[in-house]
Design a protein around this ligand. Structure first.
Ligand code: LMR
Length: 328
């Protein structure tokens, strides 16, 4: 009898083991809108590879670039419904979930990427990662792309040159106010439509980083790019609280570690691409890059900076002051 019981136990243990090994891996769908040869594209692929290396069999990451699965206007909803587990929209795309993140869109807020990094890693910056928890969104970290430049079908040297022109913007009221401040017409449109809108001349210009202008070939359909460095385009890598909290502790820790390493990798690529993609655009001869004199740039600062006052209430003075302080 004892032998029989022991045998049954052994058989049961074997079955459990078989079930455990045959268990389906946890699938993480990571959806984004940019090309694979961008800081975000490279970061996502690195994350997929690190997870495969360290958690192969237990967790699988599937990356969907170039709006293949969802555009940025839908991805956060999809994430909250469990159709996607990770996304990394630009900081300009969270308005529905938090007003504080609008801070990052304020024109001429950070003098360079070092200042943006300093603020993001500060106590105030880190606290923002948890600011959407009540809405079911967890921030896993910031990822850099770079400073935005303005491309257009005509040369823009001073704000008056933008008068009456139509610019595509991301869905942000700050960016809307920024272009209205120079008497231009802002239009909120998904990233996936920008190339066609420019090519068909339905719009006159747009603002983006060197890597996005290069990888999505905007420079082939825009005669001029003003090197304005007037604003930041960075990302918030996010997941849903439901998914994140439901992961076993050991797996969550490994996934977070892989994410941190992938973000560091993506940030390095961002810094390289910022220089190299600008150079590639200049060398293509398809678009003329305009460098502003200090006096010309100052005119843009004076025209756009009053926008801050409109959003100070939404963002909070403490947060704004903390961001300004990161420039020192
Ligand atoms: C844009 O919509 O212009 C950018 O946010 C795209 C991106 O994700 O870099």
């Amino acid at each position: 009898m004892r032998k029989l019981t022991a045998g049954l136990f052994a058989a049961a243990a074997m079955m459990t083991a078989t079930v455990a090994t045959a268990a389906e891996p946890i699938v993480i769908k990571f959806s984004h809108v940019v090309a694979e040869n961008t800081p975000k594209g490279q970061m996502a692929n690195k994350f997929r590879d690190l997870v495969a290396e360290r958690l192969g069999g237990k967790v699988t990451v599937e990356v969907y670039p170039s709006s293949q699965l969802y555009g940025d206007n839908k991805v956060l909803e999809a994430m909250l419904l469990g159709d996607v587990q990770i996304a990394a929209p630009s900081l300009s795309k969270f308005k529905k979930y938090t007003k504080k993140v609008q801070l990052f869109d304020l024109p001429f807020l950070f003098k360079n990427m070092e200042a943006a990094e300093k603020f993001q890693q500060s106590e105030a910056g880190q606290k923002l990662l948890g600011s959407m928890k009540r809405k079911g969104i967890v921030g896993l970290g910031y990822l850099h792309n770079g400073m935005k430049q303005i491309s257009a079908s005509k040369p823009l040297r001073v704000p008056a040159d933008a008068n009456g022109l139509k610019f595509r913007i991301m869905p942000s009221d700050v960016l809307s106010a920024q272009f209205e401040a120079v008497n231009a017409v802002p239009l909120k449109k998904p990233f996936s439509e920008v190339f066609t809108l420019l090519q068909t001349k339905a719009i006159d210009g747009q603002e983006n980083t060197w890597s996005n202008i290069y990888s999505k070939k905007f420079f082939e359909v825009q005669e001029y790019i003003t090197a304005s460095d007037h604003g930041l385009l960075d990302y918030l890598v996010v997941t849903s609280a439901e998914f994140w909290d439901g992961l076993p502790d050991d797996i969550r820790a490994e996934v977070k570690k892989a994410m941190d390493e992938s973000i560091a990798f993506g940030n390095k690529i961002a810094a390289e691409k910022d220089i190299n993609d600008r150079k590639a655009i200049e060398e293509s001869g398809r678009s003329t890059v305009i460098d502003l004199t200090d006096a010309e740039r100052q005119q843009w600062v004076e025209a756009m900076k009053p926008v801050w006052a409109k959003f100070e209430g939404d963002v909070g003075k403490d947060l704004l002051d903390a961001a300004i302080a990161a420039n020192n």
